[in-house]
Design a protein around this ligand. Structure first.
Ligand SMILES: Cc1ncc(COP(=O)(O)O)c(C=O)c1O
Length: 432
């Protein structure tokens, strides 16, 4: 580590987050983001890194995307946060843009600042619409660190903050298991089924093709609403605008965030059908947020959705999907005992290793070789490998070359019984 990074990390250990600093130092990963553009950034020591983490999709369109930045800069001459009480043309425009890329039956959009907040809001809307309280989620899900989102997620993460979700209000079932879901729904007291279409923190296990359509059918048969958490899987990352829709599901609400920000302006949204949006007719003031639907944020997010929805973007995602499918198989053939499986839908990828800490060793080796990628915290044998929608062919190829080298190094490290022991990374940032 060079001096300035040491100083920054030392100070951060004092004034910001001692444990996070300790954990990343332990792995020899000491990133301080410097110049950034597209899908690369320069670490403070001058090294260039390819970003295959994307903050879970915040940088779906790349760092400092020029079109988004222009919208932000131009927009700031005319708009600020606006007023959450009143309509505005730019707020309407973002509603129309999001409804335009969603199923025809969607009717309304509610805005918040981050994904967790919008998950909380969606669950509240479902509870209001059904008069029930139970939320069913899947084991190993992560929906955010706010109140309801955290209660609905991992019980261990909630317990850290002494949150003890009432088992009558929150039930977890196995992912991709319709029988388990049906059993709980038969209690006829469920407000909503909340499912990440492909659970990121579990390492992107892919559902069977008919699972999410089955979730829709079961939820509706038992009077519950289905909320698709598309915070990571939405906005074209799966090759479809919304992953759940691509799987043939019909959620009552779609929650989006991360990439909606264009990488610049925190924005999240709940896209709702008529039933989910019932509260909007009863008391439109019931859910609010000072910055939710910020006018400048709407300008930025509208541009982000517009870029995401372009045909050229879809074509690039298709190119990347094929390039990675072939390239990952090639890399796998070089390391058959260590790199044992690829989970892929679009540019959402989980790389399975044969070692329970395989992805921990891999992320450290990748960092040394010029790629920043993150393990799946709830299954640390799996590396999250997230390519950006607009990434070009050369950079994608370069990421595969580095992956090949890092796979060899990680396999060797673990084979030599080194120190990839589990370190508690319960922090929310570590799970995304
Ligand atoms: C699937 C999923 N849902 C919700 C969230 C929460 O989003 P935020 O951190 O913006 O609150 C995350 C964050 O990582 C996520 O991955």
């Amino acid at each position: 580590m060079n001096e300035s990074k040491t100083a920054i990390y030392d100070e951060a250990a004092r004034v910001w987050n001692p444990n996070k600093v300790e954990v990343f130092r332990h792995y020899g990963i000491d990133i301080v983001l410097g110049d950034r553009h597209g899908y690369t950034f320069t670490d403070a020591d001058g090294r260039r890194l390819i970003n295959m983490h994307l903050n879970g999709g915040v940088f779906n369109l790349g760092h400092t995307n020029e079109e988004v930045r222009a919208a932000l800069v131009e927009g700031s001459a005319h708009y600020d946060a606006g007023n959450h009480y009143f309509p505005s043309p730019v707020k309407n425009a973002l509603c129309e843009e999001l409804l335009g890329v969603s199923p025809d039956y969607m009717r309304y959009v509610a805005f918040n600042n981050g994904g967790g907040e919008s998950i909380d809001a969606a669950v509240k809307f479902a509870r209001r619409a059904t008069g029930r309280t139970r939320v069913i989620t899947v084991n190993g899900a992560f929906h955010g660190a706010t109140g309801i989102a955290m209660e609905a997620g991992s019980p261990e993460m909630a317990a850290f903050f002494n949150m003890a979700p009432d088992p009558r209000e929150y039930t977890h079932v196995a992912f991709d298991d319709l029988d388990a879901l049906g059993e709980v729904l038969e209690l006829e007291d469920t407000a909503c089924v909340l499912i990440e279409s492909i659970p990121a923190t579990l390492g992107f296990p892919l559902p069977h093709d008919d699972y999410l359509a089955g979730v829709t059918e079961l939820a509706h048969r038992h009077g519950a609403l289905y909320i698709a958490d598309e915070v990571q899987t939405g906005l074209m990352r799966s090759g479809d605008m919304w992953c759940a829709i691509g799987y043939g599901a019909s959620p009552d609400m779609i929650v989006t965030g991360k990439g909606l920000s264009g990488g610049y302006y925190p924005m999240s949204a709940v896209i709702m059908n008529e039933r989910a949006g019932q509260w909007l007719h009863e008391d439109g003031f019931a859910h609010l947020s000072s910055f939710g639907g910020s006018e400048l944020g709407c300008v930025v997010a509208t541009k982000a959705v517009e870029i995401t929805a372009r045909e050229s973007t879809a074509a690039n995602v298709e190119m990347l999907t094929e390039l990675y499918a072939e390239g990952l198989e090639r890399v796998r053939a070089h390391h058959p005992d260590f790199f044992v499986g690829v989970r892929q839908r679009g540019v959402i990828m989980g790389l399975q290793t044969a070692h329970p800490q395989g992805a921990t060793a891999l992320m450290a080796a990748l960092y040394t070789n010029g790629v920043w990628a993150m393990r799946a915290n709830f299954d640390q044998s799996v590396l999250q490998w997230k390519a950006g929608l607009l990434m070009d062919r050369d950079l994608a190829r370069e990421s595969l070359e580095i992956l090949d080298v890092a796979m060899g190094e990680a396999a060797q490290t673990l084979g030599a019984g080194s120190d990839a022991e589990e370190i508690s990374m319960t922090g929310v940032g570590a799970s995304r």
